[in-house]
Design a binder for this molecule. Structure first.
Ligand code: UT7
Length: 351
């Protein structure tokens, strides 16, 4: 048996980890400010800023979907990678707000990119999606079967939100971020990943209807069951535990400590969560960047949008040690440890 298996083997596993070859983001033009929200629900700019750190967020137009945003981010990432779209051999999309239940958003993006033939699938881990997708992409590259993997986090939560629910409508925004990954030639790139889930907490953040548990009906529409339900305070407490755990665990066994880390790039959900996690970790808050004042919580897109901004501003330098860390519905949480050996920045602004 062993001999047959060995002779059948077509690929030698080389275990070469993945590095970033390109990065890009897409942000919709339309801005919704806290002041705009004051006229929609019983809230105030002061309450939102002091409780979350958010001042404004972007939302897509009525005729635009998650895959439109994702496609734009992918084109930016492919352009910064300096490759042709046809060179992509795998697309991994993560989203909490897919265009449809099926097909996958990855396939929708593949079609819009006009890449004739590659593998494409979605990873569903809600706001932790990009952490999971980077880990899966790294594992696929380590098999030596995929050499240019496009990872995209895209979300249009504005289409899932009940805009009369002040508990949720103040938090979320739309956006997308993408990265092209390839085998690393110097040992840098994604060094380690830590992924966790606790399905017993599924009801802390979810969309009740539209799936097989509660198919769409006149009742579900009337009762706004297709919109996000969230137990905010519970999610907050979970997040403040999950970030330090994931950052600590992703370093375990790597020979690195928190002192070696240049930046922790956290999921952008609430500035108070980021500040509390930094305190728990005793990690300098200046090294935990944030852009949620301008974009709110863009779910799977928040980490790649921030990475893209940091890269374009020149904050990311070759050799730096980064942790990307996320948490979200599921419950899910996790982190990636990255030795940055990404593309050299050659100019251009985020739109
Ligand atoms: O990707 C993961 C996504 N989710 C999250 O990260 C959510 C994490 N949780 C949070 O960010 C926070 O829990 C929220 C921002 C959602 C809420 O902040 P909080 O400090 O936990 O507020 P709370 O839910 O404990 O509510 C405090 C008060 C309540 O009034 P009473 O009962 O004290 O009179 C709420 O009704 O604030 C009220 N409130 C609001 N007031 C003005 C809740 N939402 C609003 C609002 N404007 N938008």
């Amino acid at each position: 048996m062993k001999q047959i298996w060995q002779s059948d083997r077509v690929h030698e596993i080389k275990r070469v980890n993945a590095r970033f070859l390109g990065i890009g983001a897409a942000i919709p033009d339309k801005v919704v400010t806290n002041l705009d929200l004051e006229s929609m629900v019983d809230t105030s700019d002061e309450w939102i800023r002091s409780r979350t750190g958010i001042t404004e967020r972007r939302v897509v137009s009525d005729d635009s979907s998650t895959s439109d945003l994702g496609t734009e981010a992918c084109l930016a990432a492919i352009s910064s990678a300096g490759i042709d779209p046809e060179e992509i051999d795998l697309i991994i999309a993560c989203t909490s707000s897919p265009d449809m239940i099926f097909p996958s958003t990855a396939c929708m993006i593949q079609g819009k990119l006009g890449i004739p033939s590659c593998a494409a699938f979605d990873v569903m881990a809600v706001c932790t999606g990009f952490i999971y997708a980077l880990s899966v992409a790294d594992a696929m590259i380590r098999t030596d079967r995929y050499r240019k993997v496009l990872v995209v986090g895209a979300d249009a939560f504005s289409k899932l939100i009940d805009w009369t629910d002040r508990n949720t409508c103040i938090l979320f925004g739309d956006g997308a971020g993408a990265a092209v990954l390839e085998p690393s030639d110097d040992g840098g790139g994604i060094l380690n990943s830590y992924l966790k889930a606790d399905g017993s907490g599924w009801d802390q953040l979810y969309v009740p209807a539209g799936g097989t548990a509660m198919p769409a009906s006149a009742d579900t529409v009337q009762n706004k069951m297709h919109s996000v339900r969230m137990r905010g305070a519970e999610v907050f407490k979970f997040a403040v535990r999950a970030i330090p755990e994931a950052c600590t665990e992703v370093l375990r066994g790597t020979g690195h400590s928190l002192d070696d880390v240049d930046f922790i790039i956290p999921h952008q959900a609430n500035q108070r969560i980021i500040t509390s996690a930094a305190k728990k970790l005793r990690f300098p808050i200046e090294k935990m960047p944030s852009n949620l004042d301008r974009f709110g919580n863009t779910s799977t897109a928040s980490i790649p949008i921030l990475l893209d901004e940091m890269w374009r501003s020149g904050a990311l330098q070759s050799g730096q040690l980064l942790i990307t860390v996320g948490f979200g519905s599921g419950l899910t949480w996790g982190a990636n440890l990255i030795r940055w050996n990404g593309p050299k920045f050659v100019g251009g602004d985020i739109n």
